[in-house]
Design a protein around this ligand. Sequence first.
Ligand code: NI
Length: 189
Amino acid sequence: MTIETENTVPDYLIYPDVLHIAKVGEPVLRKMAQPVEDFGSPQLLSFVDKLLTQMTEAAGVGIAAPQVFCSRQIMIIASKPNKRYPDAPEMTPLVLINPTFIAQSRNLVTGWEGCLSVPGLRGQVARADWVEVFYYDQFGEKHRRRFDGFVARIFLHEYDHLIGRTWLDSVTSNQDILSDEVYLKQFAA
Ligand code: NI
C-alpha cells in the first residue's frame, strides 16, 4: 500500500531555487544521480541557467548538479583559461544531460584536479586521455561527441559526481594531495 502525500515527491525531482555548493561529506555527493526526463521544462531550463551562473561565479571549469544538492544527471563543462587553470583550452559552456560512454582511451594521463565540493585541495588523478560520449542537451536533443585531454578530464571528473564519486576516490596516492596554496606556489608560479 502506498500513501501519497505532498511529501512523497523525492528530492531529486525538485530543482533547487537557490544553489549552494555541497561540500564533501554531504550525502548527495555519494548518491547515484537520477536521469532527467523533463527536457525543455521551464524548471529544467531555469536550473541549468543557475548552474551555469554558479559555475562561472566560482571560476570553475565544470560543475555537476549533485554539487548543488540536485541528484540529477546534469553537468556543465566549460574549459577556459582562468586563474585556477591558466593552460586550459577555451570552449563555449556545454550542457550535458544523461551522458553515456561510447568509448574511452585505455591510455591514462595523470593530472591535477580541484573541485568546488572539495575546497582548498588539489590532487593528482589518472584519467583516460579521450572519451567519446552520447548526451542530451537541455531541450532533449541527442548528441555524440569526443573530448580530448583537459576537456576529457573535466568530463570524467563531472561524470564521477553523477555516480557518487569525487576525485578523492580516484587520487593516485594520498601523497599527491596538496593544499591549494602549496599547489599554486609550486605549479602556477
Ligand atoms: Ni568536482
